[in-house]
Design a binder for this molecule. Sequence first.
Ligand code: FMN
Length: 470
Amino acid sequence: MSRLQHFGWFLARGFGPHGWGHPYLDWDYDWTRPDLYQQSARELEQAGFDFVLIEDAPSLGSERTIDLRVRHAFGGPKHDPLLLAPYLFQATRTLGVIPTVNPAAYLPYTAARQFATLQHLSGHRLGLNVVTDTGSARHFSDAPPLGHDAAYDRAEEWLSGIRALWQSWDDGALAADPASGVYADGSRMRAVRHRGGHFAFDGPLNALPFPSGEPVIASPGGSGRGLGFAGANSDIQLALAPLHEKSVREYRARIHDAAVAAGRAPSDIRIMFAIQPVLVSSAEEADRLVAASAAPDDATLVQVARKQSSDLETDLTALDLDAPLDLAVFGDHVSHGSIRRLTGDRDVATTPLRVHLTALAKLGRISDRTGFVGTAEEFADLVEELGEWGNDGILLWGDLHPVTLHRTRRARAGAASPRHPAARPDRRRTARHPPRVLTPPWWRRVRVRAHVRAHVTQRAASGCGRQPFV
Ligand SMILES: Cc1cc2nc3c(=O)[nH]c(=O)nc-3n(C[C@H](O)[C@H](O)[C@H](O)COP(=O)(O)O)c2cc1C
C-alpha cells in the first residue's frame, strides 16, 4: 500500500532572476516585484502543494568567487525571502511558505519576534528552512567563520533560544478579557535568561504566543551532523539521495535514529526527497534527451563547473579537467553534502574532474531510475513507489518562472488528486519536547495516481522542459 505523499515546491534559485540562462526567459515579468511569485503561489496552492520553500544565501561569496556567482546569476543577486513571504501569504489561503534563514544573520530575539509576527500574520503558515552556510560570516562580524560542525552547534543554540522565547508566555498569560480589562498577566511570563556559547539575551518575548503551533522547521543538511540536527530539531528534512529503495530506506532510518536519539518519535519528522523531473510527452523524447546528454562537450562541462563553483564557493573552472580533484581546494566551511554531490562514490584520488562533471551533466531516465527525465506517467509511478517505501513526500525543484510552473502544473494536475481525508500525523511529544502542533492546516496529503493519463504541453516536448542546470 502506497502512502499518500506531501508535495512541496523548492524555489531553487531563491528570490532572484528566474529563468536566466533559459530560452524561455523572454517573458514580460520583473523578478524584483511580487506579482510573479503571487501568481505562482496561487497556482501551487490550486495544484495541491503543501508549501513553497525559498532557497537563500545572504552573501555573494568570497572575493575570489563573486564573479562566478553573479555572471550567470547562479548564486546572486538574491533578495531576502523573509520579506517576500508576506506577499505570498496575502495571495494564498492554505499554502505554507518556508523562507530560508541563516542563524548567523539574525540575533535570536529579533528572529523570534519577526518569525512570530509572520506566523500570526499568515494564520500559522510560516516555516523556516534553517541552513548553516558560513561563507557569509564576514557580513555579520569580523570574527573568523565557524567550521562545519560548529555552525550546526550555533544553529542548535539559536533555535532552542528562539523556541524558549516563543514559549516564554505560559498558559493563561494572554487573557484579552474585556470584562476585567486585563490584556495579559505578566506574572505568567518567563524571563528566559540565555547565556550560551554564541548568544546572550533575556526574555520574555514581546510577541503573542501561538494558538495553533510554532512555525515549522525544515533543514537540508546531509552530513552526519546535519542529519543529527534534523533528528533533534526539524519537522521536515529536505533529502537528497539516490531514489532506489535501499538508499531511501537507509536515509529515512538514519534520520529516524537521530530523532529517537534526541528523544523524539520518528513520525515527528517528515522526509521529503528533492526531485527535479524533466517531463516530456513521450518515452521516445525522453530517450532522445538522455542520449544527447551522454557525451557532453567541454563547453557543457565548463557550464556545469560554473554552477558547481557558485555552489561550492570554489572556482572549479580554473582547474585542469583531466587531473584528479584535490579536496584541499575546498575550505572547511564548504558543505560536505555539496562536495559529495560533485564526487559521488567515485575514488577522488584517481578520478579526473572531467568524470565528475560528466556524471552531473548526464541525464537519466525515470523509468529505469537512473535519472529524472520521463513522461508524467513514469513520474507518477516513481512517486507511487516512494510511497510504497514508506516515504513522506517530495520536493519538486525549479524556478518560479511562469513557463516552468505551467509545465509542471499541467503535468501534475493530470496525474494527481486527493484520495483520502487528511490523516493527522502522530503528535506525541516527549517531556523534553513539550506538545506543540506540528501539523498546520497546510499539511494536506496528496497522492499521485499511477495510471492517469497526464497531459504534457507541447512546450515541454519541444525542449523548454529541459533545465538540467537550474
Ligand atoms: C533541497 C535542498 C535545499 C537546500 N537549500 C539551501 C539553502 O536555501 N541555502 C543554503 O545555504 N543551503 C541549502 N542547501 C544546502 C545545504 O544547506 C547544505 O548541504 C547544508 O547546509 C550543509 O550541510 P551538510 O554538510 O550537513 O550537508 C540545500 C540542500 C538541499 C538538498
